[in-house]
Design a protein. Structure first.
Length: 210
C-alpha cells in the first residue's frame, strides 16, 4: 500500500518558518549590540581612573577602587542575579538588568556635579550590577535563539562583538574624556577640570540601556 501523500496541513508553513527566523535574527541582533556595550563599558573604566585621579587627587590605590567596585559587583551579584533570572525568566531578567544598568549610568551625572568620589564608586557598582544581571540572562538566551546545533556559533559571534567593544572603548574614551583633561601641574585644581567629559558619555550609555 502506497504511503499517504503529505497534506498541506502536515507541512511546516513557509510563512511561519520565515517569521520565526526573522524574530530570532532581530533578537540576536539586539543581544549582540548588548555584548558590544558590555565590552565598551568595561574598558571605559580604565579611562576613568586617570580622570578621577586628577579630579580628586587620589593615590593609585584609591583610584583603582574603580575596578574593585566594578568587578566586585560581578562577585557579589552573580548568585543573586542567577536566582532572579531563574524566577522571572531570561527576557524579564534582561529588562531588569537594563533598568539597573541605566540607573547606574545616569547616577554619573549627579556624582560628577557634586564631585563626590563615593558617589562615583556607588554609580559604578550599580552599573556593574545591572551588567551582571544582563550577562546571567543573555548568555543562555543566545543559546536558545535558534537551532541547538548552532548555539556555539551564536555565542562566539556575540563574544566577538564584546571584544570589538573592548577595542573601541579606549580609543573613543580617550578622545571624549582624556582629551578634556588639562595638563596636570601644581596649578591644576579640581574646579578647572571639565566634568561634562564624564557626564555626557555615561548619559549616552544610560539612554542606550533604556
Amino acid at each position: 500500500m502506497a504511503a499517504p501523500t503529505p497534506t498541506l496541513s502536515s507541512r511546516p508553513a513557509a510563512g511561519t518558518s520565515s517569521a520565526t527566523s526573522q524574530r530570532y535574527t532581530s533578537a540576536l541582533s539586539a543581544v549582540t549590540t548588548l555584548f558590544f556595550l558590555w565590552g565598551f563599558i568595561t574598558c571605559l573604566n580604565d579611562i576613568l581612573i586617570p580622570y578621577l585621579k586628577a579630579i580628586f587627587q587620589l593615590s593609585f590605590a584609591q583610584a583603582n577602587l574603580i575596578n574593585l567596585c566594578f568587578f566586585g559587583a560581578y562577585f557579589l551579584m552573580s548568585i543573586p542575579a542567577g536566582k532572579l533570572v531563574s524566577r522571572v525568566g531570561y527576557k524579564k531578567g534582561m529588562l531588569i538588568g537594563f533598568a539597573v544598568a541605566a540607573l547606574g549610568a545616569f547616577l554619573f551625572y549627579p556624582a560628577a556635579a557634586q564631585r563626590v568620589y563615593g558617589l562615583f564608586l556607588g554609580a559604578l557598582f550599580v552599573l556593574a550590577s545591572g551588567i551582571t544581571i544582563l550577562q546571567v540572562a543573555a548568555n543562555p538566551y543566545v543559546a536558545i535563539l535558534g537551532p541547538p546545533e548552532s548555539a556555539s556559533a551564536r555565542l562566539t559571534l556575540t563574544q566577538a562583538f564584546n571584544s570589538l567593544g573592548t577595542t573601541i572603548a579606549p580609543l573613543l574614551g580617550s578622545a571624549l574624556i582624556l582629551s578634556r583633561l588639562p595638563a596636570l601641574d601644581n596649578a591644576t585644581t579640581a574646579a578647572s577640570i571639565d566634568i561634562s567629559a564624564v557626564q555626557i558619555p555615561y548619559l549616552v550609555i544610560g539612554v542606550l540601556s533604556c
